[in-house]
Design a protein around this ligand. Structure first.
Ligand code: PBG
Length: 341
């Protein structure tokens, strides 16, 4: 840091005098290419169902996706990430690896309408399982599949990896450009990389939810994706919000397993993690401004307590300033419009 003078010679306010000069010295700028827009898809026809806890966010039926994807692409947003609400939930989340499941249908519809739009598939089982956890769980004693050495309700790691690999191949076959495993299972990136490569999808990238915290900021999402856990919470697989060094371990493991992009999630309460990951790793970094971060701003704005536009752009700028190369955000479309005005 070079300090060439002190007050009264040095007056930092000189560079804040007008909007033009502030623009000249601005260190961080948002562009449409920074954003990834989440889309929720469900079965049915002509559905645009509002998510009550997330004003402005909808569940869409597949037939409505081409128009929505075109409007997203027209704004200059390069990518969407898909979350599916299945017709039926079961213990293994089988719709996730059904080639005619809701997400493969959605991927095909979007890629047919807007081939250049990058389609990211959120790869997790919590939307698809009847118990709402992110993979297979150890059933209770007395059940034929009970594993006596593991606790009841334990998320079964390695058997789930096999299903994650299988579902990833199904989504890649449908046309997904990027697979984004979000379950925080040990070895998930390596298992998916191996499954994709063996099936010939060496060109499909992996965006790992590498440092994903067991956060209460996901509350509204569970409403949007209809995926709350039926018992307990996700603390046995997602990270403890109190830990920072552990995030670097998680990222290091994912880099070794072949991740192409590392994600930190949530974003604004975890700017220190984004910064630490940025400093330690050379991969592109994504940050997920999650549902609770969105809904808090929406709710405060609806009460007249905050200026939605200014607060949202400030939060997004802060996330980018901390070191994110791309931001998954429900504000993506609005943010692009605000930036254009
Ligand atoms: C798991 C997943 C979740 C989110 C993204 N992927 C929910 C969870 O882990 O409970 C949360 C996103 C948000 O809150 O906006 N499939």
């Amino acid at each position: 840091m070079t300090v060439i003078a002190s007050f009264p010679t040095a007056r930092p306010r000189r560079l804040r005098l007008s909007a033009t000069i502030r623009r000249m010295v601005r260190e961080t700028t948002l562009t449409p290419a920074d954003f990834i827009y989440p889309l929720f898809v469900r079965h049915g026809r002509d559905v645009q169902r509002p998510v009550s806890s997330m004003p402005g966010v909808y569940q869409w039926s597949v037939d409505r996706l081409p128009a929505e994807a075109e409007s997203i692409a027209r704004l200059g947003i390069p990518a969407v990430i898909l979350f599916g609400i299945p017709a039926r939930k079961d213990p293994t989340g089988s719709e996730n690896y059904d080639p005619n499941g809701i997400v493969p249908q959605a991927i095909r519809a979007i890629k047919a309408a807007v081939p250049e739009l990058i389609v990211i598939s959120d790869m997790c089982f919590c939307e698809y399982t009847d118990h709402g956890h992110c993979g297979l769980i150890n059933p209770g004693p007395g059940h034929e599949d009970h594993i006596a050495t593991l606790p009841e309700g334990y998320l079964l790691n390695d058997p789930t990896l096999e299903l994650l690999g299988r579902a990833s191949v199904v989504h890649a076959e449908a046309g997904a450009d990027i697979i984004a495993p979000s379950g925080m299972l040990d070895g998930m990136v390596g298992a998916i990389r191996k499954a994709l490569d063996e099936a010939g999808f060496t060109h499909v990238a992996i965006m790992s939810y590498a440092a994903k915290y067991a956060s209460s900021f996901y509350g509204p999402f569970r409403d949007a994706a209809e995926s709350p856990p039926a018992f307990g919470d996700r603390s046995q697989y997602q990270m403890d919000p109190a830990n920072a060094r552990e995030a670097l371990k998680e990222c290091a493991l994912d880099v070794m397993e072949g991740a192409d992009i590392l994600m930190v999630k949530p974003a604004l309460p975890y700017l220190d993690i984004i910064r630490a990951v940025r400093e330690r790793f050379d991969l592109p970094i994504a940050a997920y401004q999650v549902s609770g971060e969105y809904s808090m701003i929406k709710a405060a704005a609806a009460n007249g307590w905050l200026d939605e536009r200014r607060v949202a752009l400030e939060a997004l700028t802060a996330i980018k300033r901390a070191g994110a190369d791309m931001i998954l955000t429900y504000f993506a479309k609005d943010a692009v419009k605000w930036l254009q005005e």
